[in-house]
Design a protein around this ligand. Structure first.
Ligand code: B16
Ligand code: MG
Length: 221
């Protein structure tokens, strides 16, 4: 029977709720420097998207054009504000059920990878005390294309020494589900089924989940 050999986790929105911090920092930039506001619904379209691409989408949304040097400066400013927020994170900020599910995954002999577009992924995992839970970490420093490109997850499978069809991707973003599917992997959406319509299955969170449940739901004919 086919079985999963690796689970690949997105960071923002799956392990921790940093999507909210990204939103706060981008919103502050839009309000203080760009002269318009961005809604939480618009922020949904920035999830899983790289820092520079996020800024481009925000500028297009507000019909603002900037030169390259100003864009660089604003991306850095947003990141400084974002880092201020994540520096206050503690292990209690890990989302419900994550620590237990990572332990159960390890006990089941399934490899664990991180697939995040964020360049801040490692410092976040360190702050919340779960860096060592991962067999491979693919983050924004190792990839050239953001989600929905499959690069981040394909690199994860490669580093873990498994084939894509043996992987399950856990994602809260539409772009991340698409990236997992384009990588040829099974996908578990974390969030709302109305938003993550393309995911193989959608769960509210990882609470009380067993690796064997996923084998049944995703790998049995
Ligand atoms: P940074 P993920 C993504 O992380 C976020 O969802 C996205 O909102 C953010 O712009 C991107 O990381 C880059 O993050 O500015 O920290 O490098 O969802 O792929 O874990
Ligand atoms: Mg995410």
């Amino acid at each position: 029977m086919a079985e999963p050999k690796a689970f690949l986790f997105d960071l923002d929105g799956v392990i921790v709720d940093t999507a909210h911090f990204h939103y706060q920092a981008w919103r502050r930039l839009a309000n203080e420097k760009l002269g318009f506001d961005i809604s939480e619904a618009f922020n949904e379209s920035l999830k899983g998207v790289s820092r520079t691409e996020s800024l481009d989408r925000i500028l297009a949304h507000g019909n603002v054009t900037l030169d390259a040097a100003t864009k660089d400066a604003y991306a850095t400013l947003k990141n400084d504000w974002y880092v201020e927020l994540i520096n206050k994170m503690i292990p209690d900020d890990i989302l419900p059920g994550v620590t237990e599910f990572l332990e159960k995954t390890r006990s089941a002999g399934i490899k664990i990878g991180l697939g995040s577009v964020s360049k801040n992924a490692k410092p976040i995992l360190e702050r919340i005390g779960i860096l060592n839970a991962f067999d491979a970490i693919i983050d924004g420093t190792k990839i050239t294309k953001g989600k929905p490109d499959p690069e981040v997850f394909l690199k994860g499978a490669q580093e873990l020494g498994v084939s894509p069809e043996e992987c399950v991707v856990f994602e809260d973003a539409v772009a991340g589900i698409e990236a997992g599917q384009r990588a040829g992997m099974k996908t578990v959406g974390i969030g709302q089924p109305e938003i993550l319509t393309k995911a193989d299955i959608v769960l509210a969170n990882l609470n009380n989940l067993q690796p064997a449940d996923l084998q049944k739901a995703l790998f049995q004919p």
